[in-house]
Write a protein that binds this ligand. Structure first.
Ligand code: OAD
Length: 248
């Protein structure tokens, strides 16, 4: 058999042959849903300093500022729907041994998974739509719009201040989720990486671990990343354009 010169065909062949694939996604997979990325043009970290808004120190210094920023992001994302890439990934994961790992906190993979009836993604960086208690550590779903006009959100159980249940810079990721992601990477035979700059670790290390395990890497990203040199196929196109085709 000869290898197709068409990179889309090659990506499709790699992914169709995989028995234990893993997918790692970042902000770019949600770009066409209208969710801002972090580092690209118009990205959140172009306009804001992460150390002012996404660290435990920032929250300790000014919890209202941090909550207002997260309330703003929640409102943007609330108006966004999964795009063709989220939906294709969710359909791909239905009834197959696919592990979907995301750095995104927008919940769009989870929404697409619910619609498709496939397993939920591993959300390594948490969720905009969950809170975590700074006192008793209880985590709760929190989808309703936040009213920050008076007091900041407080725990219904213990009364302590709530925080967004997202991972901030300088904080460890959830051990259990990370272990599941690395376990899947260690036995992966293909790794589909979509829409991440691949510079934030340990998330990006999940893809690196799959490469070490011998996985063939397919990258979907209009821009090159540190992973590109290791990719069997790199597709320089927007996710919603190309992901449905390579998972068909
Ligand atoms: P970035 O904003 O760093 O990178 C987004 C990537 O998506 C870039 O490589 C873009 O080239 C690519 N991209 C843009 N539009 C795309 C499209 N339509 N289709 C495919 N790719 C596209 O976002 P992440 O890599 O997700 O962490 O950032 C990683 C982490 O850094 C985030 O989870 C967040 C951030 O700080 C925390 O908040 C802890």
């Amino acid at each position: 058999m000869t290898e197709s010169p068409d990179p889309v065909e090659r990506a499709r062949a790699v992914l169709a042959a995989a028995r234990r694939p893993i997918a790692l996604t970042g902000a770019g997979v949600s770009a066409e849903s209208g969710v801002p990325t972090f580092r690209g043009p118009g990205g959140l970290w172009r306009r804001h300093r992460p150390e002012d808004l996404a660290t435990p120190e920032a929250f300790a210094r000014d919890p209202r500022l941090v909550w207002e920023w997260y309330a703003w992001r929640r409102e943007i994302v609330r108006g966004c729907r999964p795009n063709a890439a989220h939906r294709a990934l969710a359909r791909w994961a239905r009834g197959r041994a696919v592990t979907l790992v995301t750095q995104n906190v927008d919940g769009l993979h989870a929404e697409a998974a619910r619609e498709a009836g496939s397993p939920p993604p591993i959300e390594l960086h948490g969720s905009l739509f969950r809170t975590r208690c700074t006192g008793c550590d209880a985590r709760r779903a929190a989808r309703a719009p936040l009213d920050l006009s008076a007091a900041l959100p407080a725990c219904a159980e213990c009364g302590a201040l709530l925080r967004p249940d997202v991972v901030w810079f300088g904080e460890p990721l959830d051990d259990g989720l990370l272990a599941r992601a690395f376990r899947a990477a260690a036995s992966a035979d293909a790794c589909l990486v979509v829409g991440t700059s691949a510079i934030v670790h340990p998330a990006a290390s999940v893809a690196v671990a799959s490469l070490r395990a011998g996985a063939a890497l397919v990258e979907v990203n209009p821009e090159p990343t540190p992973l590109s040199a290791h990719a069997a196929v790199a597709l320089r196109r927007p996710a919603a354009d190309v992901v449905p085709g390579i998972l068909a």
